[in-house]
Design a protein around this ligand. Structure first.
Ligand code: SF4
Length: 345
C-alpha cells in the first residue's frame, strides 16, 4: 500500500511525513521505524494490514478510566516503532523488520466486523506504536465510524501536526504515554523529543479527543519529585485538571534489567504530588491494592467507580455522571457499559 503521508523531494527521494522524524528515504531504503520503504519513487507502507496481535480487552486495560467505562475494546497491533525505549514491554513486536514477524493480513472492514461481532465499543490501536501505521489506522478508523465503533489510540504521541490534522476527526480517545518530562531523557532513551509529544497531546485535546496520559515511573531515571510536579503542572495548564493520569509501576524488562521494580512508596508519593497540585483523577497502575485504581470523587473523597484490576466492582454515579453522595459532576465520556456474559460488571 502506497503511503499518503509523503513528500516528493529531488528525483526519487521521498520524505515520510507521519512523525516528527520526517525521514528522508532514498530508493531501496527504509525509514527509521522500518515500516516505510522507497520502492522506485513510491513510499510503500510495509505493515499496512499486517496484524501481529488481536484481542478483546477491557477499556480499563488500555488504560482509559473515563471513556465508556466497562466497555470492550478490540485491540489490534502491527510491528515496528518510532522510539527506541530500552524498557519496552513489547520489544518482540516493536523491534526488527516486518519480514521477521508472523502477521496476518486483515482488511480494515474485517477488523470492524470483528469488533461488532465481539460487542466492542471501540477499536484500540495498541501494543506496538500505531501512528507509524497511520494509513491503516485511518482507513480502519473511518470504516469504524461508519458503523458507530469508536477509535482509541494507545500511543507515544509522536506524530507530526501535518499528519495529525488529517486524522484527528476519526480519533475518539487516546492514552498518550509520556516517557518522562525532560527532553534529555527523550533524546537519550527514545531517540525523540519531548516537545513534539506535548504538542500532539495538546492538539488532540483541543480537537475533541478524550485524552488520558500514562507515566511509567522508572527508578533512578524519571522518578524525581521535581519532574513529577512539573509534569503535573503542565497537564493542568495545557490539558486541564480533569485529565486522568495513570502512574505506572516499572518492572525490569528488555535492556533495563539492571533496575529494580518501582517501589510502591514512590508511586504513592507521586500520586500525592499530583493531587496536591490539583489534578483530579490520578491512578496507580500495576499495584493491586490500596484502591489506587478507583475513581474518587474530587469533592467528597468517596470512590465513585471501584475497580479491581481491570474490572469495575462498584458504581456510585448517577446517569449524568454525578456523584451519588455529593452531586459533583465527574468528567466521563460515554456511558457505563454492561455485558450479559459477565465479562465486566
Ligand atoms: S513513521 Fe517511520 S518512516 Fe515515517 S517519519 Fe516516522 S520513523 Fe520515519
Amino acid at each position: 500500500m502506497e503511503s499518503r503521508f509523503v513528500e516528493k523531494l529531488r528525483e526519487d527521494t521521498l520524505r515520510c511525513t507521519i512523525c516528527p522524524r520526517m525521514c528522508v528515504i532514498q530508493p531501496g531504503k527504509r525509514g527509521f521505524c522500518g515500516t516505510k520503504e522507497n520502492q522506485n519513487g513510491k513510499l510503500v507502507s510495509l505493515t499496512y494490514g499486517h496484524i501481529s496481535a488481536l484481542a478483546v480487552d477491557p477499556i480499563e486495560k488500555k488504560p482509559l478510566a473515563h471513556f465508556y467505562p466497562g466497555s470492550r475494546a478490540l485491540s489490534i497491533s502491527s510491528v515496528g516503532c518510532s522510539f527506541t525505549c530500552p524498557w519496552c514491554q513489547n520489544y518482540h513486536i516493536s523491534t526488527g523488520n516486518i519480514e521477521n514477524h508472523q502477521t496476518r493480513y486483515m482488511h480494515p472492514e474485517e477488523v470492524v466486523e470483528i469488533a461488532m461481532t465481539q460487542e466492542c465499543t471501540s477499536i484500540a490501536y495498541t501494543y506496538n506504536e500505531p501512528l507509524i501505521n497511520l494509513n491503516y489506522v485511518e482507513d480502519t478508523a473511518r470504516f469504524a465510524h461508519e458503523s458507530d465503533v469508536k477509535n482509541v489510540l494507545v500511543t507515544n504521541g509522536y506524530i507530526s501536526t501535518h499528519a495529525l490534522e488529517k486524522v484527528v476527526d476519526v480519533i475518539d480517545a487516546a492514552n498518550v504515554d509520556w516517557k518522562a518530562f525532560n527532553n534529555e531523557f527523550y533524546k537519550e532513551h527514545c531517540s525523540a523529543d519531548l516537545q513534539s509529544v506535548l504538542d500532539s497531546t495538546e492538539y488532540m485535546k483541543e480537537h475533541g479527543v478524550h485524552v488520558e496520559t500514562t507515566f511509567l515511573v522508572i527508578p533512578e531515571t524519571n522518578d524525581s519529585e521535581r519532574e513529577i510536579r512539573e509534569m503535573v503542572k503542565y497537564i493542568i495548564g495545557h490539558l486541564g485538571p480533569d485529565t486522568p493520569l495513570h502512574l505506572s509501576r516499572f518492572f525490569p524488562m528488555y535492556k533495563f534489567q539492571h533496575l529494580s521494580p518501582t517501589p510502591v512508596e514512590t508511586l504513592i508519593r507521586a500520586r500525592e504530588i499530583a493531587l496536591e497540585e490539583g489534578l483530579r483523577y490520578v491512578f496507580v497502575g500495576n499495584v493491586r491494592s490500596g484502591g489506587y485504581e478507583d475513581t474518587v470523587c474530587p469533592e467528597c473523597g468517596k470512590p465513585v467507580i471501584d475497580r479491581t484490576g481491570y474490572t469495575i466492582t462498584g458504581w456510585n454515579l448517577d446517569e449524568d455522571m454525578n456523584c451519588r453522595n455529593c452531586g459533583y459532576h465527574v468528567s466521563i465520556v460515554g456511558r457505563k457499559e454492561t455485558h450479559s456474559d459477565g465479562f465486566l460488571v
